[in-house]
Design a protein around this ligand. Structure first.
Ligand code: ADP
Ligand code: MG
Length: 597
């Protein structure tokens, strides 16, 4: 335990940018030597906002959801502390966790209905939460003091000592900012950070490797609310009063502006954004009438010039001035697709599976069985239901009828991440990658450590995940230089194999591939075929959609041919190839032109 903590402290220290460290020293000197009591109070408010914004980054930055409820959590935290401290006289060590907990509890309560909503409706629903909280604060006079609010909130008392306003209060607030910032930073690092980004930027892909994107959003939302509640508690102590002002829109707008100006995902951005925007009105006091104008211009300028905030712009400037040499290519283990594990017994039975899209029967009572070591080739003209079958098996679509029984358990209709965790991995017909990540990290995000870490503590090591990813990519004959390139810049053939490597990183027992050879050249196709055969030889089961009989012969142990959602032929490659119905489906009057055997 102690060594784990020492390791985390060391990691935080190693991650501290010298510039930020200098900034912190400057702040301490300023607060202690130059600041008068008014300046100290402004600095304290900036610290409170920094905590609020660090929390908001979990939602707005990491989950990518525009929540307008952060001020509601801030206000709730403030009221809870004010009530407990004035009415019951409870000490800080009780009221502070209570404020955090109340905000987190409210977030958990509203998260269930609200987090399902699409972006615009999510924003509106969270705005409504804020307005409801405001209405409650104004109207529930017996509890909240109505529009006057609650006065006489004492300074926080720690172990019997009152923390007087001034230096002590600053130390308490900024100490909590440091702790909160370090915790946030550790939570978003490493393989888990990759998983969080994948859930935000490519949720389909994240689900397909077993990342529970819904739980991720929930956890980030609740965590963000807890930070908001803590900030509210400190605000109540600092001001000594709590009024409905803490719940009004300006708090939310400030929080949003600080996050955008500082940067959405970096802890330093939250602190810089809060310091800057709290001090801006002070510096422009001579132009008080134009305060909102200055504020608005600053926001507008940032959005235009530095869309990822000041910290993002600083990072880009640094990379421009001192270009980083790309990290050394990872060491690649023997060039074969290794499974890292022996797949357990596999027994998949698809029983009378059906799916309708409106009037279209995409899949009609399809049944087949699959065992470990087998490769099923799924063929059929365009629109015959091949992709839909894979979508049903992997949970992307819910079947209308039938069963999908994996080792005795009916998994039909389960969520994709649950099915993935049962050991079914997939690649999509059009590869879905996290475009802003390297090829290597696209695979590392799916490793066991990334997927199951969730938001639990402690985190796991990125280097191990990357090493595993590098050997998988190497096994699929991806050059180590390509592993360091952004996914967005990769040629099509490489993207396909990155996706297969990503599926393998999640350690599947069954791998389903939708036209994996499309867009590959002859050498790449042969390499892919060898790799797939190796996987089957190690006991994995595969379903491969493919148009090309040549690719499938010598690979598939069995072919299933579909036409208009129905199985029309089943058997060895040779038998299916000579089947009259298959011939008719491919060459008949209704068939597509691309299915030529
Ligand atoms: P294949 O992969 O064999 O080309 P698909 O499984 O993609 O075929 O499609 C089977 C049929 O289902 C097609 O008629 C297609 O238009 C229809 N279909 C597939 N997905 C959807 C969807 N999400 N909504 C409506 N129709 C769909
Ligand atoms: Mg398809």
């Amino acid at each position: 335990m102690a060594t784990a903590w020492r390791r985390h402290v060391a990691r935080v220290a190693a991650g501290l940018n010298p510039l930020y460290a200098a900034g912190a020293v400057f702040l301490v000197v300023y607060a202690q030597v130059f600041a008068n009591s008014y300046d100290q109070r402004v600095l304290a408010i900036a610290g409170i906002y920094a905590l609020l914004v660090i929390g908001y980054q979990f939602v707005f930055g990491h989950a990518g959801a525009l929540s307008l409820a952060q001020a509601a959590f801030f206000g709730l935290g403030a009221y809870v502390t004010a009530l407990l401290a004035t009415r019951l006289g409870w000490p800080f060590l009780v009221t502070f966790p209570a404020s955090l907990g109340a905000a987190a509890a409210l977030a958990a309560l509203v998260a269930l209905p609200v987090l399902r909503l699409e972006s615009h409706y999510f924003a509106l629903a969270t705005l409504a939460i804020g307005q409801a909280a405001l209405a409650a604060a104004v109207n529930w006079e017996s509890l909240t003091g109505g529009s006057v609010g609650l006065g006489g909130v004492p300074p926080p008392s720690l172990f019997g000592f009152a923390i007087a306003p001034g230096t002590r209060m600053l130390v308490l607030i900024w100490g909590l900012v440091a702790i909160g910032g370090a915790v946030a930073w550790l939570l978003i690092r490493g393989p888990r950070g990759l998983a969080i980004r994948a859930a935000r930027e490519a949720p389909m892909a994240a689900g397909a490797v077993g990342i529970d994107t819904g739980r991720m959003r929930f956890t980030l939302f609740v965590l963000g609310a807890a930070y908001g509640g803590g900030a509210g508690a400190l605000h109540a102590h600092l001001l000594g009063v709590v009024s409905p002002e803490v719940l009004r829109l300006p708090v939310m707008v400030s929080c949003l502006a600080m996050t955008i100006i500082g940067g959405r995902t970096r802890v330093a951005g939250a602190i810089i954004g809060a310091l800057l925007l709290v001090h801006l009105p002070e510096w422009f006091r001579f132009a008080e009438r134009y305060g909102p104008l200055v504020y608005g211009l600053a926001l507008l300028a940032t959005i235009v010039v530095a869309p990822d905030g000041l910290t993002g712009a600083a990072t880009r400037l640094r990379q421009f001035l001192w270009p980083e040499s790309p990290p050394p290519p990872p060491e690649i283990l023997p060039r074969a697709v290794g499974l890292f594990h022996a797949p357990a017994e596999i027994d998949l039975k698809v029983i009378e599976l059906s799916k309708q899209f409106g009037g279209v029967a995409a899949v009609r009572e399809v049944s087949f069985a699959l065992r470990g070591g087998e490769i099923i080739g799924l063929i059929g003209p365009n629109g015959s239901g091949k992709t839909t079958i894979l979508n049903l098996i992997t949970g992307t679509e819910r079947p209308d009828g039938g069963k999908i029984v994996l080792n005795g358990e009916d998994i039909a209709g389960w969520n994709p991440h649950r099915i993935a965790r049962r050991g079914i991995g997939r690649a999509f017909q059009t590869p879905i990658l996290v475009e802003s990540m390297t090829a290597l990290d696209n695979v590392a995000l799916a490793t066991h450590t990334a997927v199951t870490a969730g938001l639990s503590y402690p985190g796991r090591r990125l280097a191990a995940a990357r090493a595993e990813a590098a050997s998988l990519l190497g096994g699929l004959e991806i050059e180590s230089s390509a592993m360091q390139r952004w996914a967005a810049d990769l040629p099509h053939g490489v993207r396909r194999r990155v996706e297969i490597a990503r599926a393998l990183a999640a350690r599947p027992r069954i791998l389903v591939l939708d036209e994996p050879a499309a867009g590959l050249d002859e050498a790449e196709r042969n390499a892919l075929r060898t790799a797939l055969r190796d996987l089957a030889a190690q006991g994995m089961a595969l379903i491969v959609i493919e148009h090309d009989f040549h690719f499938l012969s010598g690979l598939a142990s069995r072919l299933i041919c579909l036409d208009a959602g129905q199985v029309i032929a089943q058997g060895t490659v040779e038998a299916v190839r000579r089947d009259k119905l298959v011939e008719a489906a491919f060459f008949g009057p209704t068939a597509g032109a691309d299915g030529a055997p």
